[in-house]
Design a protein around this ligand. Structure first.
Ligand SMILES: Cc1ncc(COP(=O)(O)O)c(C=O)c1O
Length: 395
């Protein structure tokens, strides 16, 4: 007798949607080792190449040899509200607040923890959350956990957002608009300037998830809000250490009052073990290093626009404007087969399928990193062109 879990797994497999784990050994310059071969890793979020920077890693661990072993501890051993708090956590929050010129910063254990823990704590019965339809799953999960009413507006459709506010603003006590700055699956960017205007007009708050913006935009790499000179206008600015900052953990820039409130009400902050000292120490170290990486940010912009242009020239369906370059395929099974073919040609591309993205929009999400060179990428448009022609006869 096949169990209901077995049946569901079979169903996923028949739809080309079964997910599984693959161990990869990372090497250098954006490459990974897989089945004895070296592949260019186009599926990682190590956007600045910091996770593969061995010199930087050695410099960090030099501190251990220099005798400051308490900075390299592996366990917080309890929630920050018990004995898991440490000066390192406060120092990191202080560094972040100084860089963002924020009144206060609070750390979370990951972007996922932040997004499921902040909105439900701050918004409840009688409040309204308005969220972009293509916001990340962690934001959707946060909406699900909140007792506030929530509505989703079509992706970057701010006219629709305004009509929702015209219709509903007066019926609710507090309203918050939630958006990513750089959308993780499409590589496009929210119109943050317009969002700020709208939130002001309707006396709402703005929650901006900069998971894919931190490290890459603005003079100091603080994110899209810095690039646009709008940091001070964002009520809740959330960043993660899990992508360009090559670590784990997340933070929110907010007012002192909101920080205090979250410490007392955010369940994903309260009911979990704090980040270990070694991670807090690395996060401080890597954040300071990232601030000065202007050249790498420029290089990444250059190779990303070059690739996007080359794809457009070959009439391959793409979009966005950042280092996340989507290639739209459509059918799940076609995406799976084509990803395998790209791997056979030396490019580690993994198919992105629902539920991570809407039905019928399976795609590749080419994620470019600053430690890649144009020479690594130049064959890609031609290969994709040959593949998509073969699969569909048209693009
Ligand atoms: C927009 C966005 N927010 C939050 C997260 C979750 O961040 P973390 O990986 O730190 O949990 C992700 C991760 O993919 C993301 O894309």
């Amino acid at each position: 007798m096949i169990s209901r879990y077995g049946k569901k797994l079979q169903m996923l497999e028949s739809k080309g949607r079964l997910r599984s784990l693959h161990p990869f050994e990372k090497s250098s310059s954006g490459k990974v080792e897989h089945n004895g071969r070296t592949l260019l890793n186009l599926s990682s979020n190590d956007y600045l190449g910091l996770g593969q920077d061995i010199v930087l890693r050695k410099r960090f661990y030099q501190g251990l040899e220099d005798g400051s072993s308490e900075f390299f501890g592996l366990a917080a051993a309890s929630s920050r509200l018990l004995t898991g708090d440490s000066p390192l956590a406060h120092d990191l929050e202080h560094d972040l607040a100084a860089a963002y010129n924020a009144e206060a910063v609070l750390l979370f254990n990951s972007g996922y923890h932040a997004n499921i823990g902040i909105l439900p704590a701050l918004y409840g019965k009688g409040d309204l959350i308005l969220s972009d339809k293509l916001n990340h799953a962690s934001i959707h999960d946060g909406l699900g956990l909140s007792r506030a009413e929530h509505k989703r507006f079509s992706h970057c459709d701010y006219d629709q957002l305004e009509s929702l506010l015209n219709k509903y603003r007066n019926r609710f006590d507090q309203v918050v608009i939630v958006s990513e700055s750089v959308f993780s699956m499409d590589g496009d960017v929210a119109d943050i300037t317009r969002l700020v205007e709208i939130k002001k007009e309707f006396h709402a708050k703005l929650y901006l998830d900069e998971a894919h913006g931190v490290g890459l935009y603005g003079e100091n790499g603080l994110g899209m809000a810095e690039e646009l000179g709008l940091i001070q206008e964002i009520d809740f600015l959330v960043g993660t250490f899990g992508k360009a900052l090559a670590s784990i953990g997340a933070f929110i820039c907010c007012s002192r009052e909101i920080r205090d409130y979250l410490i007392n009400h955010s369940r994903s902050f309260i009911f979990t073990t704090g980040l270990p000292p070694v991670t807090l120490n690395w996060n401080r170290f890597v954040f300071q290093h990232m601030l000065g990486m202007k050249e790498q940010r420029q290089h990444l912009k250059n190779i990303s626009s070059r690739l996007r242009l080359a794809l457009i020239e070959k009439k391959i369906k793409t979009g966005g404007s950042t280092n996340i370059v989507p290639v739209l395929i459509g059918e799940d099974s076609a995406a799976v087969a084509q990803a395998k073919a790209m791997q056979d040609n030396g490019f580690l591309i993994l198919p992105v399928r629902p539920p991570s993205i809407p039905e019928g929009t399976a795609r590749f999400r080419l994620s470019l990193c600053a430690n890649m060179q144009w020479q690594d990428l130049q064959e890609l448009p031609g290969l994709l062109d040959a593949l998509t022609d073969g699969a569909h006869g048209e693009k």
